[in-house]
Design a protein around this ligand. Structure first.
Ligand code: AMO
Length: 403
């Protein structure tokens, strides 16, 4: 007897060959064919309790569509795990593993449900330029690109354009697209090309309205993704959280008090974010939470963040966290041209370089706000992945441009 396992999008099927009974040429073919080769097989399907699918295939004809070279640089069915670096170096083979494919099925279903949840709330999906004349998230993480006889930059965020579309009267826009940051740090939560889900909402002057939309979208999308993934036997379905509204809200000042550094006003570091996530889980038992009311000092370079009218040391900005991982960040924008220009200058930027953006504020701009959500971090959180790189098909980081 000989057994061969063949895998396609529906799963793995066992081929059973019996010496003497099966065609001798077929027996010889499966005996010598290297693993991971691509075959087309015809045969009789038989019930058998012995194979995990409950059926086996007795082949009557087989042809080799593509022969795999040997040895494989990465085992696909091996039980022993390879290092993430080795896996990413041979990502196409890695992606053949059912457990890895399950991550991208989760990602695909989650994105479909997110789009649906935004559509149900009247958002229009848009696409904004990724080649820019200037950045919006600080010069340190800008990628410069040769652009004919000038320098252009890869978009760190669609920030300026989503706001300009509010000026264009679009009222509710959504964009899901790559964003680029020259992140020098090598961490499990940063990559240089990431999926950014950006929403912008016009006629809003209370950040609570934004938080309500964001938590509503997540509750709906994760809630709809879970039964779909369960139905397709995705092993990650069971790990998706059961979400309920409202997510806990904790002020930045409370976080600082928890951390024993009241009033410092500096943004939270990774370890501090984790400590806050643990405290929220202990007190509220909820995985997602908002950190509200960021002080201006923690958002100094975020020139578009609106400072509170009655207290310019505070902003209407918030973060969304999941068990200590920052997933999204947003708030109300400064829609008054004069104050926006002051913020640009205070951030050390030249308003003249932002003329295309500022013009949108000169001829009528409603109050508005929005947020940017890291899709890869959301997938990392929902699939329980140790490293953000596992949530992208072909991740890019400081050291990795290939494959
Ligand atoms: P921010 O810079 O906080 O805000 O980014 C928004 C979200 O994007 C994700 N993110 C990243 N994910 C992986 N690797 C990175 N290097 C990386 N950098 C950011 C995070 C983060 O919460 N324009 C504002 C958003 C807004 O105000 O609307 C912005 O970009 O999940």
């Amino acid at each position: 007897m000989a057994f061969a396992l063949v895998r396609d999008g529906t799963g793995t099927t066992q081929i059973t060959l019996k010496r003497g009974t099966s065609d001798a040429a077929l027996f010889a073919l499966f005996e010598e064919l290297p693993r991971e080769s691509v075959v087309e097989v015809e045969g009789t399907v038989r019930k058998t309790p012995k194979s995990h699918r409950g059926v086996e295939l007795a082949p009557t004809r087989a042809s080799v569509l593509s022969r795999a070279a040997t040895p494989l640089p990465l085992g696909v069915v091996d039980k022993v795990g390879a290092e993430l670096d080795t896996r990413l170096n041979h990502r196409v083979l890695d992606l053949r593993k059912p457990a890895v494919r399950a991550i991208f099925e989760l990602r695909g279903v989650l994105l479909e449900e997110l789009r649906g949840a935004f559509r149900a709330r009247g958002f229009l999906e848009v696409e904004t330029p990724k080649l820019l004349r200037q950045g919006a998230e600080g010069g340190a993480t800008l990628f410069a690109v040769r652009y004919f006889d000038r320098t252009a930059y890869l978009a760190q965020s669609p920030q300026l354009y989503k706001q300009m579309l509010i000026g264009a009267g679009f009222e509710r826009v959504l964009e899901i697209a790559p964003a680029f940051r020259a992140e020098p740090s090598d961490t499990v939560r940063h990559i240089t090309e990431f999926g950014s889900l950006d929403a912008e909402v016009g006629y809003v002057d209370d950040p609570e309205e934004l938080r309500g939309i964001l938590e509503g979208v997540l509750v709906d999308a994760v809630g709809a993704a879970k039964p779909r993934l369960t139905a397709s036997s995705n092993p990650l379905a069971a790990g998706l959280p059961d979400l309920a509204k409202p997510f806990p809200r904790v002020s930045f000042a409370t976080c600082e008090a928890w951390l024993g550094r009241p009033g410092v006003g500096r943004d939270l570091g990774t370890e501090e974010e984790k400590a806050v996530g643990e405290r929220v889980a202990a007190e509220h038992g909820a995985p997602f939470y908002f950190i509200t009311d960021y002080p201006t000092s923690a958002k100094a370079s975020t020139f578009y963040a609106r400072r509170k009218d009655d207290d310019p040391a505070q902003t209407y900005y918030f973060d969304l966290g999941y068990r200590g991982l920052e997933i999204a960040s947003g708030g109300l924008r400064e829609h008054r041209l004069e104050r926006l220009t002051e913020n640009l200058v205070a951030a050390g930027l030249d308003p003249a370089a932002f003329e295309g953006y500022l013009e949108a504020f000169r001829y009528g701009m409603p109050p508005h706000g929005g947020w940017g959500l890291g899709v890869d971090r959301l997938v990392q959180a929902m699939a329980g992945l140790a490293n953000i790189r596992e949530s992208r098909l072909f991740p890019r980081d400081r050291y990795r441009l290939d494959p």
